[in-house]
Design a binder for this molecule. Structure first.
Ligand SMILES: Cc1ncc(COP(=O)(O)O)c(C=O)c1O
Length: 453
């Protein structure tokens, strides 16, 4: 791109655009990276510089950018039908995708309700659970529980069940009140041994048990990010927690709502993160990688039992009065179907198994850094924390903005990193090869060296 066009665009960006999750003042004297092209696992800026998309463009990208089969699916679908409403009308793409989703998600989920982003998938889940209990006569069950450090999106229902104070506490006056329970946070647990891990899980489950014993009569559901609390700092936790949570939910008749918006579709090394614990939730929320990270689409799946509580004569007013303009968008659905075909034809899950094993090994190399702690990995996700003191795990002063400094230096190394505070993580496209992983870790090590970590 010629320099005058680039300057003009960046000047207009400053003048007109408000970017998400961004302190715009950070960009008073620094430009956003102007991206012109995305291909494979790379992004290219307006000067032709190439960057590894190590965060999968906010945890969405799956098969790399510009996959020919995905592009073809969009073109073919647009030639046939762009968008139609999904109420009173239906279409092959929405129907066939629903069938596939029921086949691949954990057993027992039989009905698919579409929406268009992760937050709406969560809103749907909360309203569905709430209304279910109203319609089966358990009208006291109106409340929800959520985990400390959990994140489920930015709309107000999702924020009401959000446990990351930095993002959520300000909005409290706007929110419905919900119960907060402890999360299994291994890195805050004093004992790092296997027995310590068990004790950490047991303590978190004991907190749920205590809540359920006193309050299950008023609880509709509990929402959880299976295996990884992502926005809360990539807290990877043991599958035993999910297993225990499922048991408690069944015992106390509380819906288990699995928010797999971020972790679904292979990112954790299994099709769905719930598969690690071999559990089926009552409701599952999907988005992001549903369309291989290319178009906005979401789905909330529920059990037949939940669905049947809404199925009645119209004049009994049990309809689920919820819907979005772009519900079941055919282009999004066609892309999702194409993505699932790629999974099969390119044996993506087999590749993920090899690549994620390699990623875990490579992450060990960060141990040599004095200011790196809590190295962890699951599937194509890996993270570590930057700390001032590795022994005490004392963090850096917030003013230092250590993570942000790494982000800036990463750009110089051709890496798009997007630290969560001082947690540096990789959320790799499933298409990332083992040699890409070597290069990404090598470059990240150079960044750390240069920043004196
Ligand atoms: C676990 C989880 N749930 C929900 C959401 C919200 O998705 P969206 O940003 O598409 O609204 C996110 C987004 O990062 C997420 O990580």
């Amino acid at each position: 791109m010629d320099q005058s066009r680039k300057a003009e665009l960046l000047q207009k960006d400053r003048k007109y655009v408000w970017h998400p999750f961004t302190q715009m003042k950070d960009y008073a004297n620094q430009d956003h990276v102007l991206i012109e092209k995305a291909e494979g696992i790379f992004l290219y800026d307006a000067d032709g510089n190439r960057y590894y998309d190590t965060v999968s463009s906010w945890w969405v990208n799956t098969h790399g950018h510009a996959h020919p089969r995905i592009k073809q699916a969009i073109i073919e679908q647009l030639e046939q039908m762009d968008h139609v409403m999904f109420s009173g009308l239906t279409h092959a793409q929405g129907i066939e995708l629903a069938e596939k989703l029921v086949q691949i998600t954990p057993e027992g989920l039989t009905k698919v309700f579409y929406s268009d982003n992760g937050s709406t998938a969560v809103e749907v889940a909360l309203k569905m659970s709430f209304q279910y209990w109203q319609q089966v006569g358990k009208t006291q069950k109106t409340r929800f529980a959520y985990l400390d450090n959990g994140y489920h999106g930015d709309t107000l229902g999702a924020v009401s069940v959000g446990g990351v104070d930095l993002y959520h506490s300000l909005y409290k006056p706007l929110l419905f009140s919900a119960y907060r329970v402890a999360a299994p946070q291994l890195f805050q647990w004093p004992d790092a041994s296997a027995a310590g891990e068990d004790a950490c899980v047991a303590a978190a489950l004991a907190d749920v048990k205590q809540l359920f014993e006193t309050s299950a009569h008023e609880l509709a559901g509990i929402i959880v990010e299976p295996m990884i609390q992502a926005a809360g700092g990539m807290n990877i936790y043991p599958a035993a927690y999910l297993k225990g949570l499922r048991e408690l939910c069944t015992e106390h008749a509380v819906h288990l709502i699995a928010d797999e918006v971020a972790v679904g579709f292979g990112r954790t090394g299994r099709w769905f993160a719930c598969n690690h614990a071999d559990v089926s939730p009552d409701i599952i929320c999907l988005s992001k990688a549903l369309t291989a990270g290319v178009l906005p689409l979401a789905a909330t799946l529920c059990t037949e039992e939940i669905y049947q509580a809404f199925y009645d004569d119209y004049d009994r007013f049990k309809t689920f009065f919820h819907g979005h303009s772009f519900t079941g968008n055919p282009v999004g659905a066609a892309v999702a179907l194409a993505s699932l075909q790629i999974f099969e034809e390119e044996q993506v899950m087999r590749h993920v198994s090899d690549a994620s094993a390699h990623l875990s090994v490579q992450m060990e190399r960060f141990r040599e850094f004095e200011h790196v702690a809590n190295i962890r990995a699951l599937g194509m996700v890996a993270a570590f924390d930057l700390v001032a003191d590795r022994e005490t795990k004392q963090g850096f002063d917030e003013q230092d903005r250590a993570g942000y400094q790494i982000y800036l230096e990463g750009l110089e190394e051709g890496l798009i990193l997007r630290p969560l505070g001082d947690t540096i993580y990789f959320w790799l496209p499933l298409a990332t090869t083992t040699s890409d992983i070597d290069e990404i870790t090598r470059r990240t090590m150079r960044v750390l060296q240069r920043k004196g970590m």
